[in-house]
Write a protein that binds this ligand. Structure first.
Ligand code: ADP
Ligand code: MG
Length: 240
């Protein structure tokens, strides 16, 4: 379990006239499911990449459980990330995909098998373990991607629009799966989407990012009934 604290995090890409993230502050509580929303291009993926250690900030800090990880290599941060494109290994079976990171970290074989079995059970993948990704549906592939992220029990789970490649019906079904999964595992989660309904149904709290800044953080009800500005109201708020 882990708390993530983001403090005045600023990121400017080369040749950009202003920072994409401008002194962003945000705390994801221990076991919380926090949804980050905002329009396309507002810097959601960049924020996740900074937390994962795939980019360095201009300044500002990221800490996990009180440890400053801002400039630590990705490997030691104990963070798992699920992307929009699933990027499963096509030549490996579901079981091999799920177990890959355990093999890389030299987890003893029996323990690895038990961990793969556990996520396969949680994600209802037991009957698919011998299949290759090409023989799976979109929803099944996405479940494998989530299982692969969760198999090592990461402290923090980052998800970047993980459902956006699925059709509408499957997206709704997967929302339910995600909620059940989170109830079971209670992994501290930062979940990015540009889908308001997804944000409202999944988030313990929602953070709205716009023009480089977090405009508001609150429960879905708070944002819906008491948006702090016109942007939040337009994005999430009640039409009244
Ligand atoms: P979002 O995920 O909210 O759609 P991104 O974080 O992907 O937004 O991108 C935010 C902005 O930063 C965009 O204007 C994008 O073009 C720019 N950007 C993202 N990555 C890079 C990069 N590696 N180099 C230069 N500009 C980038
Ligand atoms: Mg993005």
């Amino acid at each position: 379990m882990a708390t993530v604290v983001i403090d005045r995090l600023t990121k400017t890409f080369p040749n950009a006239s202003r920072p994409v993230l401008d002194e962003v502050g945000l705390t994801v509580g221990d076991g919380e499911f926090l949804v980050l929303v905002g329009p396309s291009g507002c810097g959601k993926s960049t924020l996740l990449r900074l937390i994962a250690g795939l980019e360095d900030p201009d300044h500002g800090g990221i800490s996990i459980d009180g440890t400053d990880v801002t400039y630590l290599p990705p490997k030691v941060r104990d963070i798992a990330m699920v992307f929009q494109s699933y990027a499963l290994y096509p030549h490996m079976t579901v079981a091999e995909n799920l177990g890959f990171s355990l093999r890389m970290s030299h987890t003893p074989r029996e323990q690895a098998a038990a961990q793969v079995e556990r996520v396969a059970h949680v994600l209802a993948l037991e009957t698919l373990l011998d299949r290759k990704p090409a023989a799976l549906s979109g929803g099944q592939r996405q479940r494998v991607a989530m299982g692969r992220a969760m198999v090592r029990h990461p402290k923090v789970l980052l998800m970047d629009e993980p459902l956006s490649n699925l059709d509408a019906k499957l997206r709704v079904a997967m929302r339910g799966e995600l909620m059940r999964l989170h109830q079971r595992e209670a992994t501290t989660t930062l979940y990015v989407t540009h889908d308001q309904v997804e944000a409202m149904t999944l988030g313990d709290r929602i953070a709205v990012l716009h023009e480089g800044r977090i405009q508001q953080v609150g429960t879905p009800q708070e944002l819906y009934h008491h948006p702090v500005n016109v942007f939040v109201a337009g994005f999430i708020g009640s039409p009244a």
